[in-house]
Design a protein around this ligand. Sequence first.
Ligand code: COS
Length: 386
Amino acid sequence: MALDTESFDILLATVQRFVREQLMPAENHLEEHDEVPAELIERMKQMGLFGLTIPEEYGGIGLSVSQEVLVNHELGQTAPAFRSVFGTNIGIGSQGILMDGTAEQKREYLPQVASGELIMSFALTEPDAGTDASSLKTRAEPDGDHYVLNGTKRFITNAPRAGAFTLMARTGGAGAAGVSAFIVPADAPGIQLGRNDRKMGQRGTKTCDVVLENVRVPAANIIGGVPGQGFKTAMKVLDRGRLNISAVACGMARRVLDDSARYARERRQFGKPIGEFQLVQAMLADSQAELLAGWALVREVAAAFDLKAPELSDPDVSMRVSCAKLFCTEMLGRVADRGVQVHGGAGYINEYPVERFYRDARLLRLYEGTTQVQQLIIGRELQRAA
Ligand code: COS
């Protein structure tokens, strides 16, 4: 699946312009009001951003993974909260249905997801099940042709905007084999949302708890129709998600580095621009070298991803995705830190975007699997292959 080259070039140029002309100027609004302006969300829908990765037959644009990372690299160059409005629709919220859903589920949900009419969100994490995702406790008990769900999901991105969740719950015994993925409408009786989480950064991104109390969901809403497959679906979805987080990390690093290089040219000390001092150049050079290495890795892994069938797992590709997530998000942490250093005291003041990017960047080493989870996946695969 891929968009033809000519149409993709036009799309990418449109996204670039949108980022520079409309999103970057709205960054301060986002920070002050913790809200993405409604007219920008409308524009995102018109541009087809909610359907970037949904195949054309369901009304989406049908980007390949190699194309998707290029778009995410552009979107990374502004505040990540803008992308998060539709990020769960094109990523972790909907990909489970695309990869493992029945033909009927795809027909019913994907067109609404692609148009942005339905916002989907991904609910895996719980108060006692973060990294140890397969220990999740939310229960789904069979009751006739329904299941009854009880439990709490935590830190759920886009929950306040969601019309439905891809939600993992336990239909069987302990461990990964007892987990099923359900499509749960957000307005089902018994669902309550917690108050919005107050985060260190990424203002404008909405996350909160989702509490389920005796929520009745048709058995037909199990993704793929077969119980016990939900953990694998979640892991496959996260593979693609993690690669896209890596692309966003490269985009954010690009923006921080561009801002820092520009600041170094303008800011004068000791009678000349600080960019002429070699110690400042060394910081910029390290960031540039690491950024180019990370971006090359993302593009290579994306190409490997495109070679495999999306519904199949490939431990070698998962391992490579984890290398990209680990390297690029850690790289961004270092680039953002140097960015603040190049700005000096001004980098600690919130008039400069670098202060915000420094806070926003911190989350990338945590969500969709911490750096340590990526190390674990890489380490296990190396052992398996040996
Ligand atoms: N694709 C397909 N299947 C996968 C897979 C993948 N990428 N990763 C694991 N699986 C399968 C395994 O093959 C195994 O199946 P079998 O039992 O049939 O062999 C099953 O899923 C269980 O896998 P595993 O034994 O590796 O599960 P663990 O409980 O040991 O979990 C980690 C491994 C820690 C890597 C996993 O729980 C994880 O990624 N945790 C982090 C979760 C996360 O990212 N949370 C962020 C919040 S979501 S935004």
